[in-house]
Design a protein around this ligand. Structure first.
Ligand code: UT7
Length: 320
């Protein structure tokens, strides 16, 4: 028994913010952003919210999977940028799509959120609790940026991706997840501080801060290790993998992973050029693009991998 991906969907906000337009907001240049990251533009929510993007991605995934909302018995949303502390985005999605039979909750595993969500669904399926799930990554990261900090605001974007997964005989072959909370300080954004009748705290809202070089080193070490682990556990060689669908943070990280695995960059589809880094949404949006482009055939082996704040990481070897 395992978990099969049977449909995908995604949604990006209409507004596109190009590197050239970014030059009018912070002291940066198209040349710097492109050469250091590969990013050329990103989408920004104006009318959209984390929930509305998640709902649209979920509807598109259901349509692709030819599945009715009532058939879904589990909804998991990975996000670091929910609209509300509560109710969860997953419960809002449940209501919006009419998934009346679902149990719904959010998880925060940052950019690994989709991979962690897949792992939770897989464990629920194995235990016999649920049979069909919607796994969603949804973010409006633009609201969490300090728009005067060029070292972060140029990197991130907004959007949502989703997949319908079901209990099946084929699908996920092997997966791994991990965390290193001791290094959490290298990429963080604080929530409200303690504030009650006994403590007065009027600290200003916090925004995303990152030690880019530390996250970079972590990524180029951990992602190839995680991928090698899922391949090794399954006895599958990297040559047998059709595509490596990686979290979209930086083209240089993806190039380093491709080199480390001895695999051509053609096997690493990317969308960071037009989307930037969308944390938990990156992997499912890219997976949807690869799927909708007709690049996958039944039986193909693909690897999904995410990494990010926490620190967290996850990888899965999947038969399509
Ligand atoms: O999803 C979470 C995962 N996050 C990541 O994976 C991020 C991983 N890290 C990275 O992708 C890279 O470290 C960055 C793209 C964030 C930064 O690239 P870098 O090559 O490590 O640059 P740096 O931080 O060493 O900065 C180099 C220079 C600095 O100037 P000085 O000190 O050399 O004069 C920065 O102030 O570039 C400057 N700089 C910029 N210049 C123009 C930083 N941001 C910008 C900018 N435009 N936007």
């Amino acid at each position: 028994m395992t978990t099969r991906i049977i449909g995908t969907g995604s949604c990006l906000p209409k507004k596109v913010l190009t590197n050239t337009e970014m030059e009018t907001i912070v002291e940066t240049s198209d040349e710097w952003i492109k050469s250091r990251t590969g990013i050329e533009q990103r989408h920004m929510a104006i009318q959209e919210t984390t929930t509305s993007l998640a709902v649209e991605a979920a509807k598109r995934a259901l349509e692709d999977a030819k599945t009715q909302a009532e058939e879904i018995d589990l909804i998991i949303v990975g996000s670091v940028s929910t609209d509300r502390h509560f109710p969860s985005t997953a419960c809002e999605v449940q209501s919006a799509i009419g998934a009346v039979n679902a149990t719904a909750f959010d998880i925060n595993a940052a950019c690994s959120g989709f991979l962690f969500g897949l792992g939770i669904a897989n464990a629920y399926f194995a235990s016999g609790t649920f049979r069909k799930a919607l796994i969603i990554g949804a973010e409006v990261l633009s609201k969490m940026m300090n728009w005067e900090d060029r070292s972060t605001c140029v990197l991130f974007g907004d959007g949502a991706g989703a997949a319908v997964v079901e209990k099946s005989e084929e699908g996920i072959i092997s997966m791994t997840q991990g965390s290193d909370g001791a290094k959490g300080g290298v990429l963080s954004c604080c929530n409200r501080p303690v504030n009650n009748p006994f403590v007065t705290n009027d600290t200003a809202l916090d925004y995303t801060s990152m030690n880019g070089q530390e996250v970079y080193k972590f990524a180029v070490r951990t992602v190839p290790e995680a991928i090698s682990k899922v391949l090794g556990d399954a006895g599958v060689s990297p040559d047998e993998v059709k595509y490596f669908v990686l979290h979209q943070a930086n083209i240089r990280i993806i190039e380093a992973v491709s080199k480390r695995l001895g695999q051509s960059m053609e096997k690493f589809p990317t969308n960071l050029q037009k989307c930037g880094n969308i944390s938990a949404a990156s992997v499912p949006i890219l997976l949807d693009e690869v799927n909708k482009a007709g690049m996958l055939n039944k039986g193909d082996k693909i690897v999904l991998a995410g990494f990010g704040a926490g620190l967290t990481w996850g990888a899965a070897l999947v038969t399509w």
